[in-house]
Design a protein around this ligand. Sequence first.
Ligand code: GTP
Ligand code: MG
Length: 258
Amino acid sequence: MSDDKQTPDPSGRNAENAGARPDVSIVLPTYNELANIIPLVEELRQRFAEIGARYEIVVVDDRSPDGTADAVRSEFAADAGVRVIVREANPGLAVSIREGIESSTGAVIVVMDTDFNHEPKDAVLIYEISKHVDLGIGSRFIFGGGMSNRFRYYLSYLYNIFMRLTLGTRMDDNLSGFFAIRREKMFEMDFDKIFWGYGDYFFRLLLMSQRGDMTHVQVPVFYGERKGGESKTRFLGIFSKYTREVLWLTYQKATGKW
Ligand SMILES: Nc1nc2c(ncn2[C@@H]2O[C@H](COP(=O)(O)OP(=O)(O)OP(=O)(O)O)[C@@H](O)[C@H]2O)c(=O)[nH]1
Ligand SMILES: [Mg+2]
């Protein structure tokens, strides 16, 4: 692609820097994101190169039938900073993110959705802020944040109040799944206690970080509609799953088992 010709090594990983730890690993879980993933990776490469960060982009794909993985491989074949993991078994969002994190090498790890609900410009901001704290978190529910879908916004807002009251989290958005964390802090956590299910992994990660006395900063993020492709989330159905997890975790915490 033309950008490759002009900037053959934006990640800084191809030649003389090969082997050095990247500044940031961006973990991108995908399932049928062919409509979004190429422009997303393009924009991330450009934005992280602009701030001089040596990046590694790790796409973790659950064998998407639409060919997401192959498209990324062929489009970015010339960039050693873009990697694709194709998972063969046990599909799922949280386990995919875990695999991406475990295979990452960056000093900071960024995790985000791949349908432009999470914007690349915000990923850069959260990354920059996470240099000063242990964990930077995208939040829809602080001043400047929000969602274009008002129904989902208000329901999620109320649900987050419920989560804070039951679980005792201190963050306003416990389901954003948009964050940057310093590598050593991430690997201090017990992954077996976090990574299962869908977006619920995120409130377990936040609770674990609170338990580890990590420092946090929330960054306001605004979710537009997904750009292309189809949603994997049945919005109301997922809340009943999350509620089971919230109540289970509240009980486990109260009895000292988690
Ligand atoms: N690897 C992997 N990624 C997944 C899986 N399910 C969803 N994803 C990715 O997780 C992210 C969030 O999924 P979405 O379908 O956008 O969920 P959502 O943001 O709640 O819903 P919409 O934005 O309305 O579509 C996207 O990047 C998906 O491609 C999965 O089973 N495996
Ligand atoms: Mg989405």
